[in-house]
Design a protein. Structure first.
Lengths: 387, 387
């Protein structure tokens, strides 16, 4: 019997992980479940899945949970509570499914305790890849990819020597605006951006998919997870979202991993890696697999992807600035304060304004992040005033 | 330094193997090279690649070789010579690239000497799968697939537990007549059938690709090589010949292996399995990978595939009859004695006429093979007289 804690159990990945664990992992018991603000759903999850403890980041959510739930296990509060849940000594595995920069510190806390991390939080590697990987190596902690693309690379490379990887190609659905002309992209609404053609995901990542920033983040993640150079990673648009990534080997052979677009599959794989366990999850219907299409991404219409690749090339603190400005810009777009096409403008402006520094500690990461957010917020206000 | 002998070095696979070995395998030296009749090319290969010895099956070819070559190593003759080359004690690996039933005995001879076999000869498994696999297990001899489809399955299953395979899907180009209506198939000529759209192969296998019998043989091979049930193996037509096969796992995940249609890739992989070694072999051009298509095979227009699947289901000696009748029918088609659409008719008639028996020894296999050929030859004569 192993114990797993889920950081962000009320989010999209967290809910699907609970489903997978309850259905297929009778040998896993739940440690902590955590949420940022969703006390109601956490109370339901406690009733249904019986974890050892819970943690709620927002103090109001903590109060609310205390009112509506009679749960008698440990109930932690605040950022410190989330970090304590991640680093709890009873954990064998922590699934880090937090959204955004908030995922960085708890992920590091789990690694420092030598706990295996299944990583669904992109930002931990995007903003602190060097620190996270160094700590994971130091504590000999496996980092298991939960993203469908990185899971695909993991699956294609089991049994292969790392040196035999020539390059990887991440696929991208292209999002809801794949075929929209440049002019029309200015006018798209948050509702349109939140309607993803193939994947059912949370709001932030769905907007990031529509801008292709999400794919840029995944390139940065792949860089850290698989120890590749930026030149070894590329992106192809694949509207069907059936092929989740390709790995090309040094002999010229290529492997791909395929599956229906369902996050339960890579979540399940991370929990059984490197072996597999039978599931009744949906299968590819071979009869319907009539056509798979691939095309290079258009960085003129989707400049966020190029901003991310440039930030990876620049290295140092550039990805921190990229991520901070993107979080601010996406939130402003959801709140209708800026246009869809303003998102890359805010990010580019922030990258230009903040000088690049070496990331020698988490404190510096946090400092750069704060500066970049201030700058991005100022740029958002400026854009608003001009309208 | 390891030693490899190539049975059938003057054929398509043999020539490509010599190219691959000379270019990428400085740690392999050549034992025997063998040919059926092509003394001229064998003499050239001896000059260029400096093997330890040679064997020629046809006595005329042996005489001719003696006249034109001053080679001073061992020169063996006849079926016995080919078998001796296969079982030579200096061999570490034997690449069995003979065409047709002639490949069965030498393959068994190598296995009995405990020599690793890279298997490009389909018939050894199609007609004697049970005997070959039993002997390989008994002598603990690895059988390495050289077919692109079986190499794909091998590549997709490295690092995976055999029990986690749910099923495999072999891809087929569909051959030159993929879109030809049933009526037009009657009139196709050997020249048309020999013009394969994607693969550059020998004559027999090219005709087998045009009838889809080749894919039927590969299903039977996969059945033996990977210990699957017939229900776990299916076929999809994939005109681009880029995806060489799929493996679906019990968790719902699917892996595929891709590559340009070039046999040097799977030949090279068989020689480096389970690791890889860098090559300058042609790469997939990702920019050109715009569309991959898959469709179920049409067994009304291509009944040979169904005949093969039925023979696998029936088991016992049915695949021996299938193979013998097919060899006779394909030869008769190449000689313009029967039509393209007569090939499945000859095979079906032979299968109906020969009762199924258990294959308890190679002698029984040889006996059934002979009977089936006689029957198939009689059916070919009958068809000719009716025209």
């Amino acid at each position: 019997m192993k114990t797993i804690s889920i950081l962000g159990s009320t989010g999209s990945i967290g809910r699907q992980a609970l489903d997978v664990i309850a259905t297929y992992h009778g040998d896993l018991q739940l440690g902590f479940l955590t949420t940022n603000t969703n006390a109601e759903l956490l109370a339901e999850q406690v009733e249904r899945y019986k974890p050892y403890g819970v943690a709620l980041c927002a103090p109001e959510a903590y109060q609310r949970f205390r009112q509506i739930s009679s749960f008698d296990g440990p109930v932690l509060c605040g950022k410190e509570g989330i970090r304590a849940a991640a680093a709890w000594e009873g954990n064998d595995i922590v699934l880090s499914a937090l959204v955004g920069f908030a995922g960085v510190e708890p992920t590091l806390a789990a690694i420092e305790r030598g706990i295996t991390v299944a990583l669904a939080n992109k930002e931990a590697l995007v903003v602190a890849g060097e620190l996270v990987m160094a700590k994971a190596r130091h504590h000999n902690v496996p980092l298991l990819a939960v993203d469908s693309e990185h899971s695909a690379i993991l699956q294609c490379t089991v049994g292969e020597h790392p040196d035999s990887i020539e390059r990887v190609v991440l696929t991208a659905s292209g999002g809801p605006f794949r075929n929209l002309p440049l002019e029309a992209l200015e006018q798209v609404t948050p509702e349109q951006a939140l309607r993803h053609p193939t994947w059912n995901m949370g709001a932030k990542i769905t907007i990031d998919s529509a801008t292709l920033m999400n794919k840029g983040f995944e390139v940065i993640e792949a860089y850290w997870l698989f120890g590749l150079s930026p030149e070894q990673i590329s992106v192809l648009i694949h509207p069907q979202s059936i092929v989740h990534s390709f790995v090309e080997f040094t002999d010229g052979s290529v492997k791909a991993q395929l599956g229906v677009p369902d996050m339960r599959l890579p979540i399940h794989y991370a929990l059984t890696y490197p072996s597999r366990r039978p599931t009744a999850l949906p299968r590819i219907q071979w009869e319907q697999l009539s056509r798979l299409e691939f095309e290079p991404p258009d960085t003129t219409r989707f400049p966020c992807l190029k901003l991310a690749l440039d930030a990876l090339h620049e290295g140092k603190s550039a990805p921190v600035v990229l991520n901070a400005a993107n979080e601010v810009a996406v939130e402003a777009f959801i709140q209708r304060r800026i246009r869809f096409s303003d998102i890359p403008a805010v990010i580019a402006g922030t990258l230009d304004a903040i000088p690049s520094v070496a990331l020698t500690s988490l404190e510096i990461v946090i400092d750069v992040d704060r500066h970049a957010r201030h700058k991005a917020i100022a740029l958002v206000s400026h854009l608003q005033q001009r309208r």
